[in-house]
Design a protein around this ligand. Structure first.
Ligand code: ZN
Length: 132
């Protein structure tokens, strides 16, 4: 396993990428929008891992709800897995509370599932399996 990316909730991708690209010197590797999660994404490569900037697309976006309670900041940590179904089965068998009991479409040809922070000591974890 490795850390695939760290998700950061931001009000504005345009403003956030200014800092992360121009001040920190990272490069945006791609943009994506996931309609059913109400989010626009900018991915920035950093070594073998990435930073995922998340901008809400509307008031119903989970990212908007997160920011209304806690402001901008780290939203989740994503772990790279080889077999997401197998990982979810193991977690279910261990009694871990899941947000997603089955994988859903993530950014850039990935499948993802979230683990509820009540089971992971306050951290929202995302499992990510990359496509071929
Ligand atoms: Zn993510």
């Amino acid at each position: 396993m490795k850390i695939d990316h760290i998700g950061i909730a931001v009000k504005s991708l345009a403003e956030a990428t200014q800092v992360y690209e121009h001040a920190l010197g990272l490069k945006v590797s791609g943009y994506d929008e996931i309609e059913d999660q109400g989010v626009r994404i900018a991915m920035l490569n950093i070594g073998e891992s990435r930073i995922e900037l998340l901008e809400p697309t509307g008031a119903e976006s989970p990212i908007e709800k997160f920011m209304s309670k806690r402001g901008e900041g780290i939203h989740h940590i994503a772990l790279d897995v080889d077999d997401i179904e197998n990982a979810l089965e193991r977690l279910k068998a261990a009694g871990v509370r899941l947000v997603d009991s089955a994988p859903r479409r993530g950014a850039h040809n990935t499948r993802t599932a979230f683990i509820h922070p009540s089971s992971t000591h306050g951290v929202l974890l995302e499992l990510v399996q990359h496509g071929e």
